[in-house]
Design a protein. Structure first.
Length: 240
């Protein structure tokens, strides 16, 4: 699919990897509507709670109305917590575990199911592309990442079944599993912590640039033979 003149929604597009992706897509000629929990005075920004069936349906419907259709769904909305299974204060809080799963995994599925139904209306050779955001934590989860790793492993695990489900509708599905990227959240850490994280990367020994994530997403959209794949984007980092 040619990104130019395509119509895309980007969840979590107000910051971090989502913002970089929305900006890159627009620079390549796509029309983009951002879906984010934060409100903004922008006609191409729709406030949405991805965990809510009603809110997501209303937001996707609004995006389709704004753009006149939908070709690409990029799911970047997500949260992360750090909590041990049994910590100093006792067992892992169940509500916090559930919240991470709801936002990262269920939220992604909630939006993509609605997006796929809209894409199916396109009625052409390739009706749409869905790209979800997993993480290397799906494979190399660290201490305190049980909830986050489980949510991202769910993203990775549903990629192939989704691709198979939607093949008959001419819709492709892939996921990107990023490593350590220089998002505003990570840039807020002390410099020595950032340097220590970057030193763990095999090559190049640095934090990922959000534009590299965005360009990978764009490549998936435009490479018609990429389907059902989870792509690690991590400089060969394997977390210890």
């Amino acid at each position: 699919m040619d990104l130019k003149n395509s119509r895309a929604i980007v969840t979590g597009g107000a910051s971090g990897l989502g913002a970089a992706t929305a900006a890159w897509f627009r620079s390549q000629g796509a029309t983009v509507v951002v879906l984010d929990r934060e409100a903004a005075e922008d006609p191409h920004h729709v406030q949405a709670d991805v965990t809510s069936a009603d809110s997501a349906a209303e937001a996707v419907g609004r995006a389709v109305q704004i753009m006149g259709g939908l070709d690409v769904c990029m799911n970047c909305a997500g949260i992360v917590i750090g909590e041990r299974t049994v910590g100093r204060n006792g067992p892992h809080d169940l509500d916090s575990f559930r919240r991470v799963i709801e936002v990262n995994l269920i939220g992604s599925f909630n939006v993509l199911r609605l997006a796929a139904a809209e894409m199916a209306r396109n009625g052409r050779g390739e009706n749409g592309v869905i790209v979800n955001t997993a993480s290397i934590a799906a494979f190399d989860g660290q201490k305190g990442q049980a909830a986050y790793a489980a949510s991202k492993a769910g993203i990775a695990g549903m990629t192939l079944p989704l691709a198979r489900d939607l093949a008959g509708l001419n819709i492709r599905v892939c996921a990107i599993a990023p490593g350590i990227f220089a998002t505003p959240m990570l840039r807020g850490l002390p410099q020595d912590v950032q340097d220590g994280l970057a030193a763990e990367v095999t090559y190049p020994a640095r934090l990922g640039d959000p534009q590299e994530f965005a360009r990978m997403a764009a490549h998936i959209v435009e490479n018609a033979y990429l389907n059902g794949e989870v792509i690690r984007l991590d400089g060969a980092l394997r977390m210890r």
